[in-house]
Design a protein around this ligand. Structure first.
Ligand code: NI
Length: 385
């Protein structure tokens, strides 16, 4: 696969950087060590560095030969609250935290592109390297935007990428238009009335009420939403009680919605409110619906999707860089940046087949120079006048 020769030459350095990040994962908004290493390396390579954007975010700015456009490249840096069971020699040394989504590799690939571009400067415009914190549902993209990311560093186009453990190394996919779902996270708090378990008549039992409510919630997608809409409503947590002989006072039900049509999403939110209000009235308890809109729908610009595939094709071969059919119900907060600046987001396949977010997730490191080469060529090809 024709990765850029100079990047292939320092591929071992990229592997070492990635393994170090992997051994020392940090949760969202806590990427202090990681962002410190990113800032130091960028600075060592002569790149202008800005830190503390969106708390732990880092931005590097590198000017080319003059004129041309400004192109933003974005990588995420955060890990997940998972106990690693990969048995790798460089497995996480931090209990309960693991790079199970490969963001260690994304950060490394963008560093590889930055190093190469700083050494060669064979491009016209300006490269903006965006190292984002807290992609995993903790609002890192929005935090950087709130810190005036694109006011301080105006970009004409932005690009991002994600590794894809599909067992197909070098297979690059972009879905033009709507590509990934918008997502809400919610908590439903039932404030009921506890009692001795032997005298349930003294209680308003939040476990019985909560169990009924979970069943009711499942009717929203099946009975209220048109069958043609792509939407998921999943309850993923129920927390109540701590003893065999106590009816607790409270129950919390949590989960997520994934959607593509904002009007349908609002319909679902309203039905959840209605069901909560109805159950609260029927059982004489308090029920609060706390909903947070976490991710926007990810929309790739159609023309820039083609541009990204053309550039990726130079690295992996045109037959390996193709349009992805169908949308994904997963979500990605690069969507929030794409609402401000047009761009595209691709997946890059690798030899690993363990799913993302699995505690034994395995990343095929041969992806590192591939991703770095695609990022670098995006600057060389797109930052033109
Ligand atoms: Ni991820």
């Amino acid at each position: 696969m024709p990765v850029i020769d100079r990047i292939a030459d320092f591929a071992d350095d990229l592997t070492a950087i990635r393994r170090d990040f992997h051994e020392h994962p940090e949760l969202g908004m806590e990427e202090v060590r990681t962002s410190g290493i990113v800032a130091k390396l960028l600075n060592d390579w002569g790149i202008e560095v800005h830190t503390g954007i969106g708390k732990t975010g880092v931005v590097g700015v590198l000017k080319g030969k003059g004129g041309g456009k400004t192109i933003g490249l974005r990588a995420d840096m955060d890990a997940l609250p998972i106990d690693e069971r990969s048995n790798l020699p460089f497995a996480s040394k931090t209990p309960g935290v693991m790079h199970a989504c490969g963001h260690d590799a994304h950060t490394t690939m963008l560093l590889g592109a930055a190093r190469y571009l700083a050494e060669t400067r064979e491009f016209d415009g300006t490269a903006v390297f965006i190292f984002q914190p807290a992609e995993e549902g903790l609002g890192g993209a929005r935090a950087m935007l709130a810190d005036d990311l694109f006011t301080r560093f105006p970009c004409d186009e932005i690009y991002g990428m994600h590794n894809f453990p599909n067992g197909a190394p070098g297979e690059v996919g972009v879905k033009p238009g709507q590509a990934m779902a918008g997502a809400d996270f919610f908590d439903i708090h039932i404030r009921a009335y506890g009692s001795h378990a032997a005298m349930p008549q003294d209680s308003k039992d939040p476990i019985v009420i909560g169990s009924a409510l979970v069943g009711q919630l499942q009717t929203i997608v099946s009975r209220n939403v048109p069958a043609t809409a792509s939407i998921v409503f999943s309850v993923t947590q129920i927390h109540a009680g701590a003893a065999y002989n106590v009816i607790p006072s409270d129950c919390t039900i949590s989960g997520t919605m994934r959607y593509f049509d904002p009007d349908i999403a609002e319909l679902v939110r309203q039905r959840v409110r209605d069901l909560c209000a109805g159950m609260a009235a029927a059982y004489g308890v308090g029920i609060e619906f706390d909903n947070r809109e976490i991710f926007d729908v990810l929309v790739n610009d159609a023309a820039l999707s083609d541009a990204m595939l053309a550039v990726a094709g130079e690295v992996v071969g045109a037959d390996q860089a193709t349009v992805t059919e169908g949308v994904k119900m997963g979500s990605e907060d690069f969507a929030d940046m794409l609402r401000v600046i047009p761009g595209a987001y691709c997946t890059i396949g690798h030899a690993g087949t363990v799913p993302l977010h699995n505690d034994a997730f395995f990343l095929d490191e041969s992806i590192l120079p591939v991703g770095a080469s695609i990022y670098a060529k995006l600057i060389e090809r797109r930052a033109v006048g």
